[in-house]
Design a protein. Sequence first.
Length: 202
Amino acid sequence: MEPEEKGEESPCPPPTSPDRKNWAIIALVIIVAGIAAAASLPGLLAAPPVEQAHPISGTIPQTTITPPSHWTPGPTLSVSPGATPSANTTANATPTWSGPPGFTVSVSPTQATAGRGETVVYRMTIEGQNGFSGQIHMEVTAGFLFFSQTQDLGYQGPPFPKTIEYPFTVPDTLPSGVSVNGVVKSTGDGITRENQLTLTVR
């Protein structure tokens, strides 16, 4: 028997290697990534936008500094050019007087009651005014009807104010119930001061 003739086999494409398929996929991915990078590159290289400065409208609020309640301002000194300030400027200032120099005299008590033979002490205070520095002559005169007595107290000089005392003894010859009127006369630098006194005898 003759052997059967084998028919011709149909041509088949050669099998594709798995490695080639993988490399093709990788190449495709690289190409796509390259295209995407190229498309985004101009945006990445562009310079960032510059903000335009706008003028500030409105006013800036003023700030007021308020000192604490316990704070006390110090003294203000007025110094002329070339002068040296002194801590005792006020203490060493020369006082200024208004008006002419003079003096006043006050007497205590102005009214008193005492028995015959008793003593009443009168206190006389002299105060100078506007720098008065003269000598003051003082005397006391007491009288009742026909009775009169004058006591010279001499001269009183500065410093003023000055207080002097004058003890007056009620004479035994005065009757009870009478009032003795007295005058303290002070004279200095053409000025005269008079103080009226009353003494009642018990």
